[in-house]
Design a protein around this ligand. Structure first.
Ligand SMILES: [Mn+2]
Length: 349
């Protein structure tokens, strides 16, 4: 496995000098942050990031993410031109050595949480989603400001988007995803890039907005649209794992055996009775997911892709981007290293 760590570029309070000191750290996962979604990435920006990462003894060979504009997901008349831009970004990334590009197809909002700094009994804080706080909200009527939602939209724009997605529904979203994949995957293949789609977080519809990258049946459908290793998954254990219907070790084993996992996000969640969830420390003991079974499934199927510790808690007084502190993600990386070493030795590698 290729251990990696997400870095938000020069504005990230965590330095590359620190990231390189995490044992076995190989790749920095980042993106070009100086242009809007739907614009071409300047080559100088990609080259600059590559140089910075390499100057710190690591590789910049994986991107997270090249965002997909809403127009593509909605299939508006701008979709075709924006898909061309997307293909150009794949080519440009490949030119600078990128082997894997992460993206998602979540309408309107990326992840959804109700609080970003819920305090646990041990004093650490983490992201949580409590249904109790969600159930009475109606974005078509109320002004909603959930943490992490894109503040570049006005409430009016959010309502228009939600209405538009409501109209196309799940099958409309599928049609637009299929069209997109049929355009971008051949380009990725040509450039030797694996596209890794991140599942919806959480993996079910919220406020009636369709979500389709959610469960095994839908992942099967998605992979069959273009049957190619370039059309692969970013299997995020915490995103898929906050729904009881997903059996994560079994899904990891299946898709890894098919060589359709390009990138693993390893993260722990604690699931509650009513479907609420809390992000917790990476260890199996700390939440609902069996991390040993997940890593064992990867090792036994010969997984050779990228892995990163996903969201960590905030610990030891650290402040910064919720989920993306240094300390707990570094603990996660150390734990992941340990699980891989043990499973590989068990397998006799
Ligand atoms: Mn993730």
């Amino acid at each position: 496995m290729k251990l990696s760590f997400r870095w938000y570029g020069e504005s990230d309070p965590i330095s590359l000098e620190y990231i390189r000191q995490i044992p076995n750290m190989r790749s920095v996962v980042s993106a070009v942050y100086d242009v809007k979604p739907g614009e071409v990435w300047p080559e100088e920006s990609i080259a600059r990031m590559k140089a910075q990462v390499e100057a710190n003894g690591m590789l910049f060979d994986i991107v997270e993410s090249v965002p997909v504009p809403e127009e593509i997901k909605l299939g508006t008349e701008k979709a075709e031109a924006l898909t061309e831009v997307y293909c150009e970004n794949i080519r440009r990334c490949a030119k600078y050595g990128i082997k894997c590009i992460t993206y998602n197809f979540m309408p309107v909002f990326d992840w959804t949480r109700t609080q970003l700094d819920k305090k646990a009994p041990d004093g650490s804080t983490s992201l949580v989603m409590y249904w109790e706080q969600m159930k009475d909200l109606d974005p078509l009527k109320d002004d909603i400001h959930l943490p992490g939602w894109d503040s570049s939209y006005t409430q009016e724009e959010v309502r228009d988007l939600i209405t538009a997605y409501g109209k196309i529904g799940e099958e409309g979203l599928w049609r637009n995803l299929e069209k997109f994949l049929k355009k971008i995957i051949p380009v990725a293949e040509e450039c030797g890039v694996r596209m890794a789609i991140h599942p919806d977080d959480p993996p079910y519809p919220i406020f009636g907005i369709p979500r389709i990258v959610t469960n095994e049946q839908n992942l099967d459908r998605l992979l069959s649209v273009v049957d190619s290793p370039s059309n692969s998954l970013c299997l995020c254990t915490g995103s898929l794992g906050c729904a009881k219907f997903n059996d994560i070790p079994q899904m990891v084993r299946k898709y890894s055996a098919m060589d359709r996992i390009a990138f693993m996000h390893i993260r722990q969640v604690t699931l509650m009775e009513d479907g609420s969830f809390e992000e917790s420390g990476h260890l199996s003991k700390c939440g609902s997911l069996d991390m040993y079974e997940i890593v064992k499934a990867l090792v036994e199927t010969g997984f050779d892709g990228y892995v990163r510790p996903d969201h960590g808690r905030m610990i030891w007084g650290e402040t910064g981007k919720p989920g993306y502190g240094l300390y707990d993600r570094a603990l996660g990386a150390a734990y992941i290293n340990g699980l891989f070493e043990a499973c590989e030795k068990q397998k006799g590698e």
